[in-house]
Design a protein around this ligand. Structure first.
Ligand SMILES: [Zn+2]
Ligand SMILES: [Zn+2]
Length: 257
């Protein structure tokens, strides 16, 4: 099982899984990078498309890809898709060749946002989390509440630590800059910033990233850590409990330059 990040737009990744003559893509906001990959891999059939949420940078390529390939589309039951799709929600499972995918509802960025988790035999598991969890950060709260997002991130963080986290955007360096403002003394974070800076200098993705790394560096997965709590409270004393701390942290990031 091969896992490939196809760059799209300024900072999106369309994740592609490739096994023998079959391919699957996640969140094709643009059909062009997918069609280009298919053209350079003749004989491979795109048979399945997964969608995490309704935003155009994740769904814009669906109509053309379905027209060209006839691929089935699986997306969130609670959100409107531009093509016919199978609607999925919490706890749903489905198979793609020998892989079984589990569906997690992760409201916050949008209300119907879902994430997909799977494990190929002999490989580390894979999580396609769209715009919910980013390396070093999390999605903006366009539709959901801080309490919903905190709960969604808690459930993603509880997945196996060796899970490869496949985020839909390359936001890592700017997220890590903010994370360092929150936790300037976190050695794992300092080391990860060094690694990701080198990767970006070479034009390489910082993703996928191991979930156990995210637990060590991502302030939005660490909002109950004493170091994060006290930094957040210092920034805004309205942070008095878990949810308000998370809400202040998210707002701090929105305002951070
Ligand atoms: Zn989005
Ligand atoms: Zn997006």
């Amino acid at each position: 099982m091969e896992l490939i990040a196809l760059p799209a737009f300024a900072d999106n990744y369309i994740w592609l899984m490739h096994k023998d003559r079959h391919a699957l893509v996640v969140d094709p906001g643009d059909s062009a990078p997918v069609l280009a990959w298919m053209q350079s891999h003749p004989g491979v059939q795109l048979d399945t498309i997964l969608v995490t949420h309704h935003h155009a940078d994740h769904t814009g390529g669906l109509v053309e890809l379905v027209e060209r390939t006839g691929a089935r589309v699986l997306g969130p039951a609670m959100e409107k898709m531009p093509v016919m799709s199978q609607g999925l929600g919490q706890g749903d499972v489905f198979d793609w060749h020998e892989l079984t995918f589990e569906v997690h509802e992760v409201p916050g960025h949008t209300l119907g946002h879902i994430a997909f988790w799977t494990q190929a035999p002999g490989q580390d598991p894979v999580l396609f989390c769209g715009d919910t969890l980013f390396s070093g950060g999390c999605g903006r709260l366009f539709e959901g509440t801080p309490a919903q997002m905190l709960d969604s991130l808690d459930r993603l963080a509880a997945l196996p630590g060796h899970t490869r986290v496949c985020c839909a955007h390359e936001y890592t360096l700017s997220n890590l800059k903010f994370a360092l403002a929150v936790e300037p003394g976190n050695p794992a974070l300092i080391a990860h910033m060094g690694l990701c800076t080198r990767l970006r200098e070479q034009g390489l993705p910082t993703l996928p990233v191991a979930l156990h790394t995210e637990r060590a560096i991502n302030p939005f997965l660490r909002s109950r850590e004493p170091t994060v709590c006290s930094a957040v409270r210092l920034h805004n004393p309205q942070a008095v409990d878990e949810v308000s701390t998370f809400a202040v942290l998210r707002q701090w990031k929105n305002d951070f330059r």
